[in-house]
Structures are given as C-alpha cells and as structure tokens.
Design a protein around this ligand. Sequence first.
Ligand SMILES: Nc1ncnc2c1ncn2[C@@H]1O[C@H](COP(=O)(O)OP(=O)(O)OP(=O)(O)O)[C@@H](O)[C@H]1O
Length: 353
Amino acid sequence: MYDIELKRITKTYLGTDEPAVKNLSLNVEKGSIVTLLGPSGCGKSTTLRLLAGFERANAGSIALAGKVVSDENTWIPPEKRGIGMVFQDYALFPHLNVFDNVGFGYKAKDRRARVMEVLELVNLKGYEKRYPYELSGGQQQRVALARALTRRPVVVLLDEPFSNLDADLRVTMRVEVKRIIKEAGATAIFVSHDQKDALAISDKIVVMKEGVVQQIGSPREIYQYPQNRFVAGFVGQSNILKGQISQDGTSVITTALGTVPCNHTHCMCAGEEVCISIRPDSLEMDTKGHIRGRVKEFTYTGEVIDAVIGIEASSGEEQSLLVHIHPDEDIRVGDTISFKILPNFVAVVKSEE
Ligand SMILES: Nc1ncnc2c1ncn2[C@@H]1O[C@H](COP(=O)(O)OP(=O)(O)OP(=O)(O)O)[C@@H](O)[C@H]1O
C-alpha cells in the first residue's frame, strides 16, 4: 500500500520556460522515509510544495493514502490533505509556549493527552511551559516535529530540517528524527541537498537534477551502484574511468589502469565500451596489488586519509585517482603505493542522464 503516489508530475512556473519538475513519478510505501536529494534548483522544494498543495502541477496526478488530491479535475486544498509540515526555520509561534505550539489548531477532546503523548515521543516532557526562545536549536526542532505529528497526519513533509543545526547536533538529530517518525508510524518525505543526511535517514533516496529524477533506490544502492555520472559525483566521491567489458562477458572491465572487477553487471554486453565509477573506498592498499601509483597530495581528516594518487596509465599519461587510506598509515607525498580494487564499490554508469 502506497501512502504517496505521484504520477508523471510536471510543473512549470509562470514566466519560466523550463519546467521545475519534469514527468516525475514516485510511489512511497506506508511508514517509509524518502529523501528528495539534489543540488540547489533541482526541483525538490517544488515537489514538496506540490505534495503539500502550495502549488498546483500542470500535468500528472497526486494521491495521498489512496485518495487523489490533485489532478486535472481534482484539487484538495493544503489543510484538507492530512499533511504535517516541518519547515527549515521550524516556524514556531514565538508568543506561544511549547504546549500551545504543539497543540496549535488541534481542537479535539483529547487535546491535552495527545499533546503530552507527542511531547513524550520527542523527549520534551517537562518543557510544556517554555517559550521557543528558551529552547536550543535541537529542542526547537523537536517541537516543530511534535507539532507536525499532533494531528496524526498521513504524511509528514520536512524541508531541510537539519540545515540550521551544527555538525554534532545534526548527527544526533538524524538518529532522533528517524526514531520519532518510525515510532509515530508516519510516512515522511524529506528535502535535502546533503548526501550524508539522506544516506543516514532514508529508506529510499530520490536523486534529482534539473527537475528530472536520476535514480531512486535505497541508500546502499545509490552509494554502491550509482546509475549515472551525476549520481556517482553528487552522492559521495567517485573516480570515473572509461573501460571495456571483457569479451567473455564476465564481470571484469579493462581500463587504462588495467583490469577492474565489477559486481554490478546490469546492462552489460561483452566488449561494450562503458564508463565506470570507482568509489575511493574500493581501492585498498596492498603490497601485492596490481595498481601502483605515487602519492600526489593527501588530506588527513581523522577518520580517513583522502589521497590523490597519480597512476601511469597504459597510454603513458598519468591518471589521478582519489583513494581513501586508513588513518593509521604514515604516507608522504612522493611515496609509491600499491593497491588492489575491491569490486563492491565499482559500478557501470551511464554518461548521459
Ligand atoms: N515561484 C517560482 N517562480 C518561478 N520559478 C521558480 C519558483 N520557485 C522555484 N522556481 C524555479 O524552479 C526551479 C526549481 O526550484 P526549487 O526551489 O524547487 O529547487 P530546489 O532544488 O528546492 O532548490 P533549493 O535547494 O535552492 O531550495 C529553479 O530553477 C527555481 O528558480
């Protein structure tokens, strides 16, 4: 059962030529968390606004919990769509305390009990009488989320909810927000331009560029097996190489750096010329490895060493590869290092999206 069904949605704003969203189709299963991920201007906020009913699509249909809310002949206004929203700046009412913010617009008999229930869910019991200015950024976000959940919405929409939080709090709130949404049993759509947020929080990620969906998949699918060059470069780092599938059609690709193993064998034909994406994680230092190169530069980040390795290609030219090296290794610029390639983070990618 899908809680959200978008069918061939197109939206062109008045006075513009190019659609902000082109022919977008997406089904979201009940209780799952989906992130719309992409660079600025890719159409993710427009998609959220179409779902909320703040904008109307030029073509296509939108159904929520099995009921059409927008198509050529149907228009259900935002307040009747059963949607909870969390805005980027939280949009709390400054003159209302936490209890009244969370209970705002909720007039049912169980108001007190329901507000206390959601406050407990977001771990803010005891904060009912505080005003927004008396709360930290993370607490304000919890209030915003609680308010979005009070009316038991079919769908919760969250627009860049982590962008105002500092790095540490962001990591904590990713885990917390996911827990809260799952415990509430809500179906949620996030908008984000941050790949780490998207990978951490989502059941499914929709990668968008210029209004067009590039790939829909689980975080693991998107990271391990990006379908095109854009996804490979936008979600994480990647080395893109040209290669040729081996003539016997096995999962081996011949490149200027030698042969590369690849587990992801979709759309492969023997002898086909392809592009491959090799994540920096799939190159492992190994004295017996057949790829040898010279350290050109590196950055120590604590978790990993980001190194650029210059490798002599079969053409005689030097090719640079981005590699993640264990932070324990004591490498210097100019060192010669050998690598082997692990197939798990190698994918054939389309060059055109
Ligand atoms: N009200 C509007 N009128 C005209 N064009 C608009 C309007 N809102 C957005 N656009 C255009 O539509 C395209 C998609 O914008 P949208 O806000 O959906 O992108 P986004 O991916 O959410 O970007 P950001 O991350 O910067 O918010 C952009 O080219 C933008 O300039």
